[in-house]
Design a protein around this ligand. Structure first.
Ligand code: PLP
Length: 378
């Protein structure tokens, strides 16, 4: 029998319950597709692709378009198949065996996961009980472990908290290695670390087309960082990793930033409606700067465990993310902001479940193992 690498045996792969429900609010996608004019533009350009040729290896036009959108140099842009691949490339180049990667938990699970797959050692700093970043804990982790790479996620997933600018600046001052700020949800928040990127600072900011840009199906993400760092990433990534189709789709999407802004505004106002409505229910709500809201049934009522609420919602054909068994997130559930109709359906269902309403049709009963495995990504 061949054996997988010893250090991989303890790792679990990516699991997420895929349940056939009417209202799917569990993976932080955009509730709206891109505008029809975008689809038409893509269809027209795709018909001109030279399918028998390898794509532009440097993704020149796509990177120029991204660079223009952010007012940076194209040499400061690195794009890949989803921001997860961007993160993987960064970690292959700057982490790996013998190196240390720091995260502040709870946060996006894939940072630690990908770091471990590259062979790096992961150290997990702890956030405060309200999930904010404690400056003293940051100093402790940095001074004790001298990590080669430090991750922040802003807004953080799954908590929704925006990392205050001074915390990021403080980290930059004391971090001995690379700082990665994962901004998968930046457009929903009121500040971005992009302004801090410069040629003489080891900072990269990652973005994705999966959330705000309504393009989870395309698998496209990028980072903005110093050009010398981007040059190192180019050595690590596989040749021609970005296919011709994706390069076209990403470049054209950026022409529709007004429509994207409209969708973001709609999501933000719906997010605020969800947060306000939840505040009147027996749940703790965490303030969110993203397109999702983390909440927790108020403690002390036995029958209302987070998982029971999750199941109650499933019984009403509403799927949210069950974080209740994740470390540090006991009883927590995360709901993605959907369309106004979906959000109303979620809120109505939650109200009934929390009031201990009659058991719904258990038509979507989930087996235990699947439930326990609901985790990791998105
Ligand atoms: C969803 C998410 C990503 C995912 O990105 P892809 O571009 O779809 O790979 C990255 N980071 C965070 C924090 C996310 O929540």
């Amino acid at each position: 029998m061949i054996r997988v690498r010893d250090d991989l045996r303890a790792l679990e792969g990516y699991h997420s319950a895929q349940v056939d429900v009417r209202v799917r609010l569990n993976t932080n996608e955009s509730p709206e597709p891109p505008p029809p004019a975008f689809r038409d533009a893509v269809a027209a350009e795709v018909s001109r692709i030279d399918w028998h040729r390898y794509p532009d290896r440097a993704a020149t036009e796509l990177r120029e378009a991204i660079a223009e959108a952010h007012g940076v140099d194209p040499a400061q842009v690195f794009a890949a198949n989803g921001s997860n691949e961007v993160l993987q490339t960064v970690l292959l180049a700057y982490a790996g065996p013998g190196r240390t990667v720091a995260t502040f938990e709870p946060t996006y699970q894939m940072h630690a996961q990908i770091a471990r797959v590259t062979g790096a050692t992961v150290v997990e700093g702890e956030r405060a009980a309200d999930f904010t970043l404690d400056p003293e804990e940051v100093i402790r982790v940095i001074e004790t472990f001298q990590p080669d790479v430090v991750f922040l996620t802003s807004p953080n997933n799954p908590t929704g908290l925006v990392e205050p600018a001074d915390r990021v600046r403080q980290l930059l001052e004391i971090a001995p290695g690379l700082v990665v700020v994962d901004e998968a949800y930046a457009q929903f928040a009121d500040w971005s670390a992009l302004d801090l990127v410069s040629e003489d600072r080891p900072l990269v900011v990652t973005r994705t087309f999966s959330k705000t840009w309504s393009m989870a199906g395309a698998r496209l993400g990028y980072l903005i960082g110093p050009s010398w760092l981007v040059a190192e990433l180019e050595k690590v990534v596989l040749p021609y990793h970005l296919d011709a189709f994706k390069q076209v789709a990403g470049r054209l999407a950026l022409r529709f930033s007004d429509e994207m802004d409209d969708r973001v505004q709609q999501v933000v106002s719906e997010r605020d409606r969800i947060t306000t409505t939840l505040a009147d229910m027996p749940v703790d709500v965490f303030p969110s700067g993203a397109n999702f809201v983390l909440f927790r049934p108020t403690q002390g009522i036995e029958r209302l465990s987070g998982h029971a609420v999750w199941q109650g919602l499933i019984d009403r054909s509403v799927l949210v993310r069950d974080c209740s068994s994740w470390p540090r997130l006991e009883n927590c559930l995360r709901v993605t902001v959907g369309t106004p109709a979906e959000n109303s359906e979620f809120l109505d269902a939650l109200q009934i479940v929390l009031e201990g309403g009659e058991a719904g049709q258990p038509s979507n009963e989930i087996v235990g193992s699947e439930v326990a495995a609901d985790g990791e990504n998105s």
